[in-house]
Ligand binder design. Structure first.
Ligand code: C5P
Length: 218
């Protein structure tokens, strides 16, 4: 069975999806990491983030793979493990530029579908997993929360890592990224018609996990 978990940044999607995969003994696919890895490669090559042809060329040669020998799997960029480099502000921003390029979405969608064929018990998270990549998935969820709450969570996460951050700045970054994700022409972020939408604003991650597990087992 494939379980898709989509939604904007800061809804706890990643942690929730990973926990569910562990609990059910499923594989876990973080599709945002693929867009981020291409974003990182674009930054390394000092690409123009508005230039679709240049970004598409980089994506075609980026050699994004997962090392499935680890749980969660490790993202490789031309064989180099880059997971720890993908969460910074620059790669995060670059990923959302990469994600508007139709040719790049094509490449990654096909790769994600190939992974789904090889790993039929999969929890996959992103923005378009229920709508575009796995329209036939057995269970689909869309996690949401107010932008203010998502910014608050992100600030807490960054401060826990010792980073000095400003709430208003983080909120502005989240809103900028949401707008780009929701308004792009190809695969704009939205819940699939048959997805269950969960507003996580007032829920803990544990509560969200339990909701999804009980739906999966029900
Ligand atoms: O989920 P994460 O924050 O890691 O995603 C990074 C960026 O990649 C998002 O802002 C979005 O633009 C893009 N993305 C996407 N489709 C996906 C996963 C991520 O467009 N399936």
């Amino acid at each position: 069975m494939i379980i898709t978990i989509d939604g904007p940044a800061g809804t706890g999607k990643s942690t929730v999806a990973q926990t569910i995969a562990e609990r059910l003994g499923f594989d876990f696919l973080d599709t945002g990491a693929m867009y981020r890895a291409i974003g990182l490669e674009a930054l390394r090559r000092q690409a123009d983030l508005e230039n679709h042809r240049e970004l598409a060329f980089i994506a075609r040669h980026a050699g994004i793979e997962f090392d499935w020998g680890h749980r969660p799997p490790i993202v490789l960029l031309k064989g180099e493990p880059v997971g720890h480099l993908l969460r910074g502000a620059e790669a995060t921003r670059a990923a959302s530029f990469v994600a508007v390029v139709p040719e790049i979405r094509d490449i990654l969608v096909r790769e994600q579908q190939r992974i789904g064929r090889n790993r039929p018990n999969l929890v996959t998270e992103g923005r378009d997993q229920g709508t575009v990549v796995f329209p036939e998935a057995g269970l689909k969820f869309f996690l949401d929360a107010t932008a203010a709450e998502r910014a608050r969570r992100r600030v807490a996460q960054l401060r826990a890592r010792g980073e000095i951050v400003d709430y208003q700045e983080i909120l502005a970054q989240i809103e900028e990224r949401d707008t780009r994700d929701r308004s792009r022409k190809v695969a704009p972020m939205k819940p699939a018609d048959d997805a269950r939408v969960i507003d996580t604003t007032a829920l803990t991650q544990q509560q969200v996990v339990e909701l999804i597990i009980s739906a999966a087992q029900g």
